[in-house]
Ligand binder design. Structure first.
Ligand code: NAD
Length: 278
């Protein structure tokens, strides 16, 4: 039995709360790196068509011999593939590359609002789910107006919204929308993508010293204890193992509150209103 808790989704499925992300994992390294992650104990892998590494992810899964029902695999519909027909073609290509009959979760990668295809794409996702090619469907990088529109114009509340989220960018409004509408939140860039000195911030270093763990482990623990789904990425086997070794300690209420107080509206990635619109 895995020690990773499972979070129930609004469609009856459930997801391992800690997984492994493969953004910027090079195609020719993906098989080795995902194999290292599976060996370290991860059973939830987060990839995307646009990452270009689904073939390597699929090879690692096939080589692992791990029963399919113990794995949770997410991939994402790339921006250029939004629209009904292209979404159906895109999931078939992703499944072929991953060597899978179905994924566990399929996401619209970005809303690309100026193209105005995300409602149509969401209806295609509903059909893809009904066709049995994914168990759950969700979105990524959706802002509240995009979510409200799905609610008004379609039948399905997304199971998850995968958004940039880390201690200095906590996305409290979208999280509140998720609580209100029974949609879970996945944190991308959970370690700030290494783009600022997250690991040098006082509440994080203090907690690391107190628990005898690393700052990265403190930040991952903060995501988990905040009810978020998280999948840090690393190419190094030592860090892959370190990031999974987060179940032997617990942050106190004071430690969580001190990290909560780091909110600084510090977006480090692209803005969902503009990414992919061109
Ligand atoms: P991340 O916050 O997980 O940061 C990864 C970087 O942190 C690594 O490259 C490394 O430099 C550093 N790091 C990792 N472990 C460390 C450790 N133990 N100690 C010190 N440094 C460490 O950033 P990410 O990869 O962008 O996000 C995680 C996953 O989220 C991605 O791999 C991908 O699956 C997903 N993601 C999704 C979107 C989206 O638009 N939906 C965008 C970005 C990422």
């Amino acid at each position: 039995m895995s020690q990773v808790p499972r979070i129930p989704l609004n469609d009856g499925n459930s997801i391992p709360q800690l997984g492994f992300g493969v953004f910027l994992v090079q195609p020719d390294e993906a098989e080795r790196i995902v194999s290292d992650a599976l060996e370290a104990g991860y059973r939830h892998i987060d990839t995307a068509a646009i990452y270009g590494n689904e073939v390597g992810v699929g090879r690692a899964i096939a080589a692992s011999g791990i029963p399919r029902d113990e794995l949770f695999i997410t991939t994402k519909l790339a921006n250029p593939d939004q629209g009904t027909r292209s979404a159906h073609d895109a999931i078939d290509l992703s499944l072929a590359k991953l060597q899978l009959d179905k994924v566990d979760l399929y996401l619209i990668h970005w809303p690309t609002p100026a193209r105005d295809l995300y409602v149509e794409s969401w209806q295609a996702m509903e059909q893809i789910r009904d066709d049995g090619k994914t168990t759950s469907i969700g979105v990524s990088n959706f802002q509240i107006p995009h979510l409200d529109r799905l609610l008004a114009e379609t039948e399905t509340v997304p199971a998850v919204n995968q958004i940039e989220l880390h201690p200095t960018f906590q996305q409290r409004e979208i999280r509140a929308w998720g609580v209100e509408h029974d949609m879970r939140i996945e944190s991308w860039g959970p370690l700030g993508q290494g783009k600022y000195d997250l690991f040098g911030l006082a509440p994080i270093t203090a907690a690391a010293t107190a628990h005898g763990v690393t700052p990265a482990q403190i930040v991952i623990r903060w995501h988990l204890q905040s009810g978020l789904i998280v999948f840090p990425k690393s190419n190094s086997v030592d860090r892959i193992r370190e990031n999974f070794d987060v179940f032997g300690f617990e942050l106190s209420g004071e430690e969580l509150a001190a990290i909560d107080a780091l909110e600084a509206d510090n977006r480090v990635g692209g803005h969902p209103d503009v990414v992919g619109n061109a």
